[in-house]
Design a protein around this ligand. Sequence first.
Ligand code: ADP
Length: 242
Amino acid sequence: MRLSGKTAIVTGAGSGFGAGIAQRFVDEGARVLVADINGDAANEVAARIKAIPWVVDVSNNTSVRRMAGKMPNPDIIVNNAGVTHLPQPLEDVSDEDFDQVFRVNMKSVFLMSRHFVPMMKTRGSGAILNIASTAGISPRPNLNWYNASKGWMITATKTMAVELAPFGIRVNALNPVAGETPLLKTFMGEDTPEIRAKFLSTIPLGRFSTPEDMGAAAAFLCSDDASMITGVAMEVDGGRCI
Ligand code: ADP
């Protein structure tokens, strides 16, 4: 129960890694806001794990501000909501996909900071966790702009860590390899046994990251067990980036 008495907002918690992180936070004693653009998904996960559902578009200033009205002073923020674009060379990416990756993966971190960091600064404590990706350090072909958004997230994490350390706020990132989530198909292009086996052969531990793996790593980094850890971007990737 390392997060007993803590409050946490996990964005994109209606599915995949975010749901796993939210679940582990509840198991560790936290009061958790399951925040997702997909209301049905947020409701389903929140009911299952005994958390609070909330509909938010993390790329929209008004929507994030409204969420701050519901849970104004969280101890923990997990910036997990993310999207990717169709696997294709950069020159073929549509304006819409380019803008959406920018807004959901990058602008969201800025908007969440705008609405929650001032309160954390006043309180003098907080833990922020950005869910980046191994794609941000070991880029895959045809996911250029997605890779770049995750690379930015790692850089932003380190910058935020330095900026916010004087206020007692720690900022870290996790770099999962693809998980068994809806994003997996996008990473692999197609989900056939051959493509799956080839993808798995690049992961020394021989399996995908799971929501439970992410929950365990997130709970550690957001708890006082990690009170001396800030500015790290930790792989949860079965050794893929060695
Ligand atoms: P993964 O868990 O592998 O990161 P998923 O696609 O399973 O990928 O989860 C991403 C989550 O982020 C989904 O539940 C999705 O609804 C949510 N999401 C996507 N865009 C937004 C947004 N603009 N605001 C809030 N949540 C979002």
